[in-house]
Design a protein around this ligand. Structure first.
Ligand SMILES: [Zn+2]
Length: 245
């Protein structure tokens, strides 16, 4: 695969870069982000494994067609509301969304990447006033906050790390930026560490005390990524690149 072909494949996957045949910084960052998402070493070097992963991902996208601005979330899942931020969680449950899971979050991503709507509607967490039945997903930080959760990590242990019976899958992790990009567009939320963040980042970044929450500070399928900020930076980069296309 030459650099132009690599760039075409990355653009088809939703990364924002110019197809100019040159391996510049934007291309290298896109390669690294792709590699992390694919569970490969994020060295920015397009070797055999990365080529295979790129080709398989691009063919899944449909014959190398550029990613559309297509919305992934149905419009009625995103009613009018004033929303300030998105907090990303895992459910600490199974790969399928249970009734309990659906009560706590607005949007859930199941183990195979399938999107499930939570029971509370996003507008119940409106920044002007939360309404009865709102999604209680983040302690003292639900007003104006959309809760998105990956269905996974039942029985997981933080240290020493054990991903438990329902480890986070690459499919749900890859679906996350697409969901976040839809929500950012719909509600005019910009992608910053204060506005698109994981539950594990809330205490450190916003200064709102949580009870030892570590979702999301590990990726079960890529143990080289460690820490809430490293994980958050990955989904922010993925979201920002989708928004830039
Ligand atoms: Zn959480």
């Amino acid at each position: 695969m030459d650099t132009t072909a690599i760039q075409r494949a990355l653009v088809a996957l939703g990364y924002s870069l110019a197809v100019d045949g040159m391996m510049g910084p934007k291309t290298r960052i896109a390669v690294q982000t792709f590699q992390r998402g694919a569970g490969l070493a994020a060295d920015g070097i397009v070797g055999t494994l990365t080529v295979a992963a790129l080709q398989s991902a691009a063919s899944k996208r449909g014959a190398g067609q550029p990613a559309t601005k297509g919305q992934h979330l149905p419009a009625d899942w995103m009613p009018a509301a004033r929303m300030k931020r998105i907090v990303v969680h895992w459910t600490a449950g199974a790969h399928r969304a249970s009734g309990l899971d659906r009560r706590h979050y607005h949007i859930l991503i199941e183990g195979d990447g399938k999107l499930v709507r939570g029971i509370p509607s996003i507008d119940l967490n409106d920044a002007r006033e939360v309404k009865p039945g709102y999604a209680a997903h983040t302690l003292s930080c639900n007003t104006g906050s959309i809760g998105v959760s990956l269905c996974c990590m039942a029985g997981a242990v933080e240290s020493p790390f054990n991903a438990g019976e329902a480890p986070m899958t690459r499919s749900q992790w890859e679906a996350l930026p697409r969901v976040l990009a839809d929500l950012c567009r719909r509600y005019g939320i910009s992608v910053t560490p204060r506005t698109v963040l994981s539950h594990a980042e809330v205490q450190g970044t916003l200064g709102i005390k949580q009870k030892g929450k570590w979702d999301i500070s590990r990726l079960a399928f890529d143990q080289t990524v460690r820490g809430a900020q490293a994980c958050g930076d990955l989904f922010r980069a993925g979201t920002a690149s989708l928004l830039a296309t």
